[in-house]
Design a protein around this ligand. Structure first.
Ligand SMILES: *[C@@H]1O[C@H](CO)[C@@H](O)[C@H](O)[C@H]1NC(C)=O
Ligand SMILES: *[C@@H]1O[C@H](CO)[C@@H](O)[C@H](O)[C@H]1NC(C)=O
Ligand SMILES: *[C@@H]1O[C@H](CO)[C@@H](O)[C@H](O)[C@H]1NC(C)=O
Ligand SMILES: *[C@@H]1O[C@H](CO)[C@@H](O)[C@H](O)[C@H]1NC(C)=O
Length: 325
């Protein structure tokens, strides 16, 4: 297949020779860098999908876009999922697996909390979607302490594709009216969970409402995740995680505990994924899906080149060699 592409590129027309020599190098390099792009690093994402119900998952255009967003991530936390019978997530998973099937045998799985909240009309689930091929769930645990409206559903993951083989994710979709107390309360979740599992490699992620009027600069002294310097905030205060032009707030955040975890993260990889810009979708379409953008961070791979499959390296080299024969 590749040889065919290359043959058609390397024309026998002498006038084309000069240009094709460049292509000879460019083609394999492009393929290789695309491939490295796929394996270099392990993405963890969080997306407030604002009332993700079966009706959202049944809209094929929206489902397609959700699939494109989630398929970039090795683990993707979805917040504000309303799917008590699991049908909406099942549709997303089957679309995700279908999309991947063309490239490899990878599949996606999910782990979800029960509906959480204090009013029957607004029960929301935390859902983690992850690549079955490279990620394993090694523990899960529903926190029950105060002061949360939707207490974190804590999951421990392991993966051979990261520099940090086992880590714990603590999600939060805070109640805006008590965001300061809930973000501060994450410290207690951290203490309980890290003791129970004897593992302090913990990441907090989600829609904390940690910006604009809900959490001001002066509120920070009351939040232990800010005052204790062993926690690092990877999504900055100047980021805008909201879709609307009118609002400019860093509501969604990713925070990690400890130097071990921090060192395993690619520097400056914490960011908002503006998929409207990336996929060239009008704001109206993006807002149909949610009023938030996804956020993400990339973990380093244990050893980059070892993961590039030998056949691919061989293919690239042979294309280069053939060019000069
Ligand atoms: C969530 O979506 C469902 C339809 O899928 C709708 O009936 C419900 O009112 C929505 N809830 C909120 C809080 O927007
Ligand atoms: C995606 O899910 C919908 C169900 O909502 C299903 O009808 C459709 O066939 C799926 N598409 C793919 C490509 O799996
Ligand atoms: C990582 O590798 C070990 C040994 O090869 C294997 O037992 C384990 O299941 C792998 N873990 C994952 C998450 O793939
Ligand atoms: C906890 O983990 C550390 C290494 O991270 C290990 O040295 C220690 O023995 C563990 N403690 C228990 C009780 O398992």
């Amino acid at each position: 297949m590749l040889r065919l592409i290359y043959r058609s590129v390397v024309s026998t027309d002498p006038a084309m020779r000069g240009r094709s020599a460049g292509l000879c190098l460019l083609l394999p390099l492009t393929i290789f860098s695309l491939f490295i792009g796929r394996v270099s690093g392990f993405k963890i994402c969080s997306y407030n999908v604002q009332n993700f119900t079966l009706s959202k998952a049944s809209d094929l255009r929206m489902l397609h876009t959700f699939t494109r967003v989630v398929s970039r991530c090795d683990i993707c936390l979805l917040l504000h999922v309303v799917d008590p019978d699991g049908k909406a997530i099942k549709a997303l998973l089957s679309n995700l697996s279908r999309k991947l099937f063309r490239y490899n045998r990878d599949r996606y799985l999910s782990v979800a909390s029960k509906g959480l909240g204090n009013s029957p009309g607004d029960m929301q689930q935390y859902v983690f979607i992850y690549r079955a091929h490279s990620v394993k769930v090694t523990g899960q645990y529903q926190y029950t302490g105060q002061p949360f409206v939707r207490p974190p559903f804590v999951v421990r993951f392991s993966s051979n594709k990261t520099a940090i083989p086992e880590f714990i994710l603590i999600p939060l979709h805070s109640d805006p009216d008590q965001a300061v107390q809930e973000i501060d309360g994450l410290y207690d979740v951290f203490v309980e969970v890290s003791t129970q599992w004897n593992n302090t490699n913990v990441m907090f992620l989600g829609d904390f409402h940690a910006g604009c009027a809900y959490v001001t600069r002066s509120d920070r002294k009351d939040i232990r995740l800010y005052s204790d310097s062993s926690f690092s905030w990877l999504i900055g205060d100047r980021e805008d995680t909201t879709v609307n032009d009118i609002t400019n707030c860093a509501f969604d955040r990713i925070v990690v505990h400890g130097q071990t975890f921090l060192k395993a993260i690619q520097p400056f990889s914490g960011k908002v994924f503006n998929f409207g810009r990336e996929f060239k979708l009008p704001q109206r379409k993006v807002l149909e899906m949610s009023d938030h953008f996804p956020i993400e961070v990339t973990l380093k791979s244990p050893a980059l080149l070892l993961q590039a499959t030998p056949p691919l390296i061989f293919l690239c080299i042979s294309v280069i060699v053939q060019c000069f024969l």
